[in-house]
Design a protein around this ligand. Structure first.
Ligand code: FE2
Ligand code: FE2
Length: 476
């Protein structure tokens, strides 16, 4: 029976078996998801076996099972973290009341928007990365790319589950639309800007995982505080997977930095391009770009939407329950950097409308910790260069800084200075062309492209020369 087979293929801890209506809705959605995956997922590798981690349950033994699977046969499951007994809403107008097991009717529209916006980023990143497999720097990296991709696919399932289970007909329509929009499409683009940018090469991919996936971490972390309990539990489990994506990003950039330092020492030059490496100035420009477009994802410094989502108890702050204030913030203020004329100043904003800025601050501190680790690598090689996060106002399109030109060191500058110096600060077409010349596949087990150092260890205790992706189809 197709139904039985379907249940076996979708591991879940939400009692799908007992919910015929939901089961039917997902049964109808699943083939369209697979059509989308085959059309927009990793190009050229759908028939290959990949050594992937699959979650089959949320407990320790079940959430990270490793084995070979062809990606279209990946078992995209639906998992909610275990419920917390007597969980209470931790902030906003409903502070202290029991968390909602169902959607509160008056917040239905706002909640659906939050879920759709989050859900839209998941397939978007798969679309952005779909051509990267062809130019992988190693089988290890190829496998990591695919691991990230199938998990973003699962995150789409996670959001679609909420839409189907709790939002009736409009939820089903939104679930459909999530498969219709396309990253970068002129007519039907993905909802958020950074998810319509191209990810043309592996330097961009690692930067994306480090900076843009980390925005995802902070969005999920605030949604995990939600008073709507199914959303909270869904996000809590997604965060366990998200950690791996940021690991891929941080280690990827870190290994590039390491290789660059090795080449700098070996050849006694900063100009490692001639030796097949990516110079630190180029790495810095890619940081500037990916960091700034990711900062925009947090929205404006002053946002009534953010204030409302908080007051309604739908979206909290990062680590809301660990904060020791009143969790209502009605009279509180929060210091935020803003543009005033041609100066950058700190202003005390009402804390409620400044929630985006506060989340952005948490994000920036987290990014800085990763950059510090890259800088340690540079220092360990005795090289006197520091990578830096540019000023938060640099190259912004959203919020008060979007109206001005800000240099990486935080000065308000003229359009003329911007034009004269933007090539120093942002990736140039020549940078992209150079990086593209390095993008030649390294697919023999154990081999790594010359612009990136091998990682410290393999996956799940396996050696670096393990065949993480089987490129030749073996007949059984
Ligand atoms: Fe995700
Ligand atoms: Fe992710």
């Amino acid at each position: 029976m197709a139904g039985v087979d379907y249940l076996e293929r979708i591991p879940n801890n939400v009692n799908l078996r007992d919910d015929r209506r939901l089961l039917r809705a997902l049964e109808e959605w699943q083939p369209r998801f697979l059509d989308w995956w085959k059309e927009m997922g990793p190009e050229g590798f759908q028939a290959n076996e990949v050594y992937l981690r699959t979650a089959v349950s949320v407990d320790r033994d079940g959430w990270a099972q490793f084995g070979y699977v062809k990606m279209p046969e990946y078992r995209w499951g639906i998992f909610l973290a275990e419920p917390e007994a007597d969980r209470r809403i931790a902030f906003g107008d409903h502070l202290g009341k029991p968390a909602w097991p169902e959607v509160p009717g008056e917040y239905r529209g706002v909640l659906r928007r939050l879920i759709v916006t989050q859900g839209d980023t998941e397939p978007a990143s798969v679309e952005q990365q779909r051509h990267l497999g062809r130019t992988c720097p190693s089988l290890y990296d190829l496998r990591n790319l695919f691991q990230v991709n199938v998990e973003e696919g699962r995150h789409l399932w996670a959001m679609v589950y909420l839409l189907h289970a709790y939002f009736g007909r409009d939820g089903r329509e939104e679930a459909e639309a999530l498969l219709q929009r396309r990253s970068g499409d002129g007519d039907k683009p993905r909802i958020l800007g950074a998810f319509n940018e191209r990810t043309p090469d592996w330097l961009s991919f690692f930067m994306f995982c480090f900076f843009t996936d980390r925005d995802g971490k902070y969005q999920l972390a605030s949604l995990q505080e939600s008073g709507f309990d199914p959303l909270s539990r869904t996000c809590r489990f997604m965060l366990t997977e998200e950690a791996h994506h940021m690991f891929v990003g941080e280690m990827g950039v870190g290994r590039i930095v390491q290789k660059t330092c090795e080449l700098m020492r070996q050849h006694r030059t900063d100009d490692v391009r001639r030796h097949g490496g990516i110079d630190l100035a180029t790495v810095q420009r890619y940081i500037n770009f990916h960091y700034s477009v990711s900062l925009d994802l947090f929205g404006s410094e002053v946002s009534t939407n953010a204030a409302n989502a908080f007051t309604m108890g739908l979206k909290g702050r990062f680590e809301e329950t660990k904060k020791d204030d009143d969790h209502r913030l009605v009279d509180a203020t929060y210091p935020a950097l803003c543009l005033e004329g041609d100066r950058v100043v700190t202003r005390e904003l009402p804390a409620l409308t400044a929630l985006n800025e506060r989340l952005r601050d948490d994000y920036i501190a987290d990014c800085q910790r990763g950059v510090d680790r890259w800088n340690r690598t540079i220092k360990d090689h005795g090289i006197d260069v520091e990578l830096r996060l540019p000023h938060r106002g640099f190259h912004r399109a959203i919020g008060s800084f979007g109206e001005a030109r800000i240099s990486p060191d935080g000065r308000v500058i003229t359009e003329a200075e911007w034009d004269a110096r933007r090539r120093e600060w942002l990736p140039t077409p020549e940078d992209a062309q150079f990086v593209a010349t390095l993008m030649r596949p390294a697919v023999e087990p154990g081999r790594f492209a010359g612009w990136i150092a091998p990682p410290a260890r393999g996956i799940n205790g396996l050696p670096l020369d393990h065949e993480y992706v089987r490129l030749t189809r073996k007949e059984s």
